[in-house]
Design a protein around this ligand. Sequence first.
Ligand code: DGL
Length: 261
Amino acid sequence: MIGIFDSGIGGLTTVKAITDRLPHADILYFGDTARTPYGSKSADTIRSYSVENGDFLIKKGAKIIIIACNTASSAATDLLRQRYDIPVFEVITPAVELAVKTTLNKKIGIIGTRATISSGIYEKNINFLDPEIKVLSNASPLLVPLIEEGFLDTPETKRILKKYLIPLKTRQIDTLILGCTHYPILKDLIAAKAGKRVKIIDSSTAIAQSVVNFIGSHENGDILTGTSGRRDFYVSDITPQFGNLAKNILKSTVNLTHREL
Ligand code: DGL
């Protein structure tokens, strides 16, 4: 069984990308809706929430963990890898590798939560692969609450998005990493505002592909993923918005179970 967690709804973009590619895998999802957003919290708090989430998934039988949250990936990957003896995937590396392969003018833009951007992890990992690449990042803290509230195609969201993208566009990025798993929900809008010349890198599809590659090359791939196509969704707070957005992302109705914190 693949255990996946996020601070809320965003990790469902990763669930969709994984289940499109591995339909028979068993999926256990946890969205920490009671404590979202993580992006404005301190690294210590994000780490302690991530440990609770990882422990929960493992207790329920996960054999692989995906940290489907850039914020938690930037703060807690090392800690979770030390703590568990099962594979732990994070969403940053696959997006970085794809962006480095994609850029032609060596100018990559990143939008993400405050915690992700201020961790500097994208710059560090991109420049480790190619020190000549210029990395331009902009924290976009209002996008997660707008998405969680279902403000997906409203004038307010468009205006805010434009404001976040202008500094990156004026510095002529040709590649933009959506450094938050919530943002693929606004992918069409972001692509339209970023302009035709900018290639969008979606961290949820990038991680899905790297998990598929890992499973394909692992002799016990089916044992790790399970094969019954079971889906279990847990949240720390059940809200009608979550149910509606989840249906929108996964294209099917989702039964939510409350996890007491
Ligand atoms: N989906 C999460 C991410 O990828 C963050 C949202 C939050 O701030 O909680 O960073």
